[in-house]
Structure formats: structure tokens, C-alpha cells
Design a protein around this ligand. Sequence first.
Ligand code: ZN
Length: 432
Amino acid sequence: MKRLITLSLLAISLSAIAQSQPRILCGNEFLPDIMEQRIPGYKAAVRHSFDQAKQHSPQRQAGYTYTIPIVFHVVYGSPAENLDDSIIMSQLQVLNDDYSRLNADTSNTISYFDSVAADTHIRFVLQGIQRVSTVNSFSFSFFGLPDSLIKFTAAGGDDAVDPDHYLNIWIVNIQASFFGQLLGYSYPPDSMANWPLGSAATQKPYDGVVLDYRTVGANNPNPLNFGGMNLIERGRTGTHEVGHYLGLRHIWGDGATLGANDCHQSDGIDDTPFANTQSNFDCDTTRNSCTGVETYYGADAPDMVQNYMDYSAETCMNLFTKGQAELMQGTLDHSRPLLATKTATAIKQISPSALTIYPNPATGIVFIPYSENTNPYTSIQVSNMLGENISLSQSAASGAVRLNMSSLPMGIYTIDITKGTQHIVKRVVVSR
Ligand SMILES: [Zn+2]
């Protein structure tokens, strides 16, 4: 978030960093501490702005699904950095799974937070993949983030594609530096009440997300070793950074990045409990760093270490909350109004477990059962991993809709099923 950090401002912060173990950063954690040094009382002012935002920000429009087109820019130096399409498609799948709560590890969500875990109703489709070979190297230094080298074709990077209408994601090799290993970074939109002034991209072509190439996709063959740790990467740096891009703060509120202990700084969202600092790439679901009754829960809730916006292990993360979903939807309604296509969704989202489609995996014919006398489904829409709609022949068999998927290539398909005001999203694997 901070692009030009002077040496003097960092002097105090750096001693704290040097004492701690190797740090892996997402790139937007330094700002509050640096700003507090510069403007005493800054953090309190941010807290106040959170409260104001909650009281005055316009409500999002409920009942819509938001679809965001993504342009990936692979800016590579070595063949390994020039990621295969299959890895980028896996990243797209991770984003869609995590934002729709169709991720396989939802069952790991601790029961305390089951009721607040949410489908964000935000979806992603592939607009394009652009590849540029470069001789540049990229790192986070005293001089800031390497945007000028990554995001301009004339400087050896790749120009953004219309940042108002597309989410641009650059994939590069980010070198480790004195600050640690930066996994990725992104910018929130302008004038979000829950972000300090100056957090947004300073110029439009910078807007978007940058990911280290080793963090991309759930099938990435490139290991990420840092400070003796071999990190398991499953594409959730992307989930996290897109969360910032859509306006989310870190779950601990960024109040205590450098080892202090702050149970007052909120992320501005009611159903994410207070935490005094970040997780440390682990998964201690019993941690309760801030005691006291949380208003939303009416109890002393534990830290929500499984949230995508903490610094937990990727194998630990598995949820966004309803409050986070509403904030991101509000961002798309008001702060990034040209980005997503909005489609009215059925009013009631039904859990995928309420309907069994068979056989799954399938080779050809798939049945979508019903108990009524006649076919009750308003619409059944199939799409592929690219988010493209596929027209398939459907016919009513006895007690089930018969869907012929035999012409489709092997892969994972999404079936959006509407039944009156109810909506279910199912996944079907075609395998032969
Ligand atoms: Zn972050």
C-alpha cells in the first residue's frame, strides 16, 4: 500500500522486524505503524472512520451475483516463471471456490463460526492471459514496490488493461529482500472509509494485484522456501490479495503489526472478532488474543484464524464472513462500479449438499433429481472453468432432469440451478 517509504520513517519499525523471525508479507501491513509515527493519533482516527463508515455507508444491494473479468499478466524472466495455462486456470478455480464457499475444506471451519461463513456472491471469469519476457528483477525495497517495472510495457513489464473494467493480476518473481519475502500485494479502491487516505493506487495503471509466481494456483510445481520454512501454497495469496482489492482489511485490523498488542483496532467488520495481532502462518484455532464480550457474538469469541484475511497457513484458511461479503459487494456497488457484471440471483441460496446430482464424476448423462410430479426447475445453466456458459440438451426423465454432458471435454463444470426463488450451485466432474 505504501510505495515510497523513507529511511527515517522506517528506522523504528525496522528494529522490530529484525528481531522477529523471517517475515512473509502481503505488502499492506506497514502503513498504519509508519503513519502513526508521522501523525500521532492516526490509528485512533482510522478507528473513528470505521465507526463512521458503519453508520453512513450506503448499503449494498442484496440479491445479486457479481462477476469480475480477470486479465492475467505473466511477466517472466525464466521458463519456470512463465507459468503454464493450467496453473493460471487453477488460480481462477481457487478464487471461484473460495469466494463461493465451494472450497473443499469448508468442513474444517470450526463450529463457532459456521453461521457467519459466507458465499460472497462474487465470481471470476478469465478475460485473457498476456505473457511478456523481461530482464527486470522485482523486489520490495526502501524505495517502495516495483510497480513501475511490472506494470508498464515500455519499462519491460506489461501495461494494465482498462483497470476500471478488468481486474489485472500480474504474476512475477518477487525477490526476497531485507523486509522478507513478499508474496503479493494489491491496492484497495479510492476513498474507502475503512482505509487510510493514500492507500489506493497512486495512478490508475498501478491498480490491481501482484502475485509471486510461486503462490499461484493449487497445482504449482515451484516450491517456496523462505527462512527455513517450506510454505505450502494453494493459490490463497490470490484470494487474500483480491480481498484487499475489494476493500477488506486484515482480520486483526493492522493495529499491531510490529509486535505490539492491540485489541482495539478493528477491521471495521462486526462478525470478525478482535485479534491483537496476526497469526504467524500457523493454525491455532483455539487462540483468543483479545478477551471481552464481542458485541456481534454476545460472547468472548476466539480469533478467526481460518479467515482468508489473516496471516495463517494456507492449509488453515477456509472462510470469508457475511460481513466481509457485504463490504466487498458494497465496494463493487460504489467504489468499483464498472468492474463487475451484476445479475440478479435467486433470493435464497441453498446449500449444495441439499441436492445430489448423479453420477458424479460423470462420463456423459447426468441426472438432476426432483421429488415433484413435474420438472420444478426454472433454469439449469452449465458453465466451464473459464466461466463460459455451455448450451446442453436437457430432457425430463421420470423424477429427474437428464443432462447430456457426453460432448464435453473432461474437466470440472459448474451447474447453476434455479428453482423459483431458490438457487443451488453444484460442481460436476466429467471424467472418462
Ligand atoms: Zn494482506
